[in-house]
Design a protein around this ligand. Structure first.
Ligand SMILES: [Zn+2]
Length: 357
């Protein structure tokens, strides 16, 4: 649930108030998780009820489990449902109490059964997952970071993919690899840092009417107005980015929160996203290399219903049955029902999970 701040102070102090409260949450999130149960259940249920009225649902033919709201936990529940849609590709190892419990819940979410409770998972989150996870995207980021430590990165044979100087590679299934550098248009030189390869678990995209255009915006050269090149020119450099590896699981986060006139605002506009897509092509690759363009299939969507001041997270997820037959589920805490894929495509996507076919 996005933090709710009721504040009548001047607009320009609103951000600092938010930060203070967020810091408080960072240190007291366990207490608040329990203490705000009533409030969370009330607001979450209220948004959930309002949202359910908008969604035409068919009676669930199969009883796939939902998750109890254990107090402001709709963001956790939606993340778990989204991960369950790709659990067979995650390759998470049960080497820690957290990953063992995570695997247990994800496995249960793919079997018919009664409503589950993620309390036991929350109990394993202390320490390494102590961040201010009031936001589904931050929580997912933190969970994937912890889960990646449970894996044994296997060195891939990337000789045909990477230039010799960028052979570092990992096989974390949800990480895509980006090449970045800073280049000056006055002297044509690349900065001393050279080309760096970065592995990204969740790619954040700006809001746009189409998912593809949003992605391509991320790859546009970024003007560094204050950057001073060693040739003496200031403001002639650009940060260049190119994608070098598409992962088996592609996790995209649509940045719907922004600042307008010093106020935090939510971008409500719809963005079209496909069910099946071929990975996009980038013109003029930084490393002058050809990148394989795999085909992806939509596996899950997390949507935030409500405004900056509060709201409710729900997930749409695909379940596979009997081979390739799949159906789509609407998951709002303990409520799980079947929906059509057309209804999923009408959602206001906040996090998108795609699976490589
Ligand atoms: Zn220069």
């Amino acid at each position: 649930m996005i933090l709710f701040v009721q504040d009548s102070s001047p607009a320009n102090s609103k951000v600092s108030v938010l930060l203070h409260v967020k810091l408080f949450l960072a240190h007291n999130w366990r207490l608040l998780l329990g203490g705000s149960a009533v409030l969370g259940l009330c607001t979450g249920a209220w948004y959930g009820i309002r949202h359910r009225r908008r969604i035409k649902r068919r009676p669930a033919k199969s009883r796939y489990p939902g998750l109890h709201n254990i107090g402001n936990s709709c963001y956790l529940n939606s993340v778990l449902q989204a991960l369950a849609a790709v659990s067979n590709r995650l390759q998470i190892q049960p080497t820690t109490p957290f990953t063992a419990e995570l695997l247990r819940i994800l496995t249960s979410l793919n079997k018919r059964g009664g409503t589950l409770n993620a309390q036991s998972l929350v109990a394993t989150m202390g320490g390494s997952l102590n961040c201010e996870q009031q936001d589904a995207h931050e929580l997912l980021q933190a969970m994937l970071a912890v889960a990646s430590k449970s894996q044994n990165p296997v060195q891939e044979n990337t000789a045909n993919v990477y230039p010799a100087q960028t052979t570092e590679s990992r096989s974390i299934p949800w990480e895509l690899s980006m090449a970045n550098c800073v280049r000056c248009t006055a002297c044509g030189q690349t900065s001393d840092a050279g080309v760096r390869i970065t592995n990204i678990a969740i790619l954040t995209l700006p809001p746009s009417t189409m998912l593809e255009s949003s992605f391509l915006t991320v790859l546009q050269p970024d003007h560094l107005a204050d950057y001073s090149c060693h040739c003496g020119k200031i403001g002639a450099s650009f940060k260049l980015s190119s994608l070098v590896r598409w992962p088996p699981i592609l996790v995209l986060h649509v940045q719907r929160l922004g600042v307008a006139n010093t106020m935090i605002v939510k971008e409500e506009a719809a963005m079209q996203f496909p069910v099946v897509m071929q990975a996009w092509r980038q013109e003029g690759h930084l490393l002058r290399m050809a990148v394989e363009r795999p085909v992806y299939m939509l596996a899950a969507v997390i949507e935030h219903v409500g405004g900056v001041g509060g709201g409710h997270y729900i997930a749409y997820r695909r379940v596979r049955e009997n081979g390739n037959r799949s159906r789509w589920l609407y998951c709002s805490d303990s409520i799980v029902s079947e929906v059509t894929v057309d209804q999923v495509l009408l959602s206001q996507a906040y996090i998108l999970v795609y699976e490589r076919t």
